[in-house]
Design a protein around this ligand. Sequence first.
Ligand code: ADP
Ligand code: MG
Length: 243
Amino acid sequence: MSNSIFALEASGVDVAYHGNPVLRDLNVQVRRGEIYALLGGNGAGKSTTLNTLLGFARPDAGSVRVCGIDVAADVLGARAQLAYVPENVALYEHLDARENIEYFLRLANTASTDDQIADALRAVRLDESAWKRRLGGYSKGMRQKVAIALAVARAVPVLLLDEPTSGLDPQATSEFNALLQTMRANGAAIFMVTHDLLGAAEVADRIGFLDRGHIGHESAASGADRFDVRDLYQRYAGAREAA
Ligand SMILES: Nc1ncnc2c1ncn2[C@@H]1O[C@H](COP(=O)(O)OP(=O)(O)O)[C@@H](O)[C@H]1O
Ligand SMILES: [Mg+2]
């Protein structure tokens, strides 16, 4: 452990696939109690960034730390601090919500009581009538809630999300945003990658633009108007043209 103040930190990260650079000198820091949105067009390297934070993609240069733990030195220790919600949440379709959480907690060697699981499902506001239904019949928004309930039950400080609002209807999107804000208030560090500029502007504290493999520009929310969406849009369009 280092005494880094950041829950998530990528410093000077280069990642290439078969000699093609995808990330070039990527620098990102996320604090606890902060929501960071990384924006970029298709193929910009957003999922690669998440894979690098998770230790699935190995940087050729630079380093990644989760709660001060160097991912290259202790990948399991780093992963124990985070929850990852992929674009399409993969859970057991034939198990219900409670059974899924119980099963994945057991895989993570975490003991849990029925009450703890119920608290987690309540925290993500999954409708109680759905708790005992198989996930096979769940919508994308409901699956996400189960995945986030698992993060709540594990009490991990860092949450990574890949395109969390793509395919959600407006109602599910606003519920999802409210849930992220609650988790932020409880001290989570939240890092999401998305191509949804308006969604990011609504919920994030900081927005970074992935441009030719690194963060070309960062904007922070400030004041009553939060972000200047027109300014963000121009930067986003610029980054997409350059990518
Ligand atoms: N496992 C992989 N092997 C080879 N190339 C990959 C792999 N994953 C991603 N890429 C390439 O890296 C680039 C960035 O991909 P990705 O990170 O998935 O972008 P995004 O999530 O922003 O759409 C793309 O050109 C993609 O084809
Ligand atoms: Mg992607």
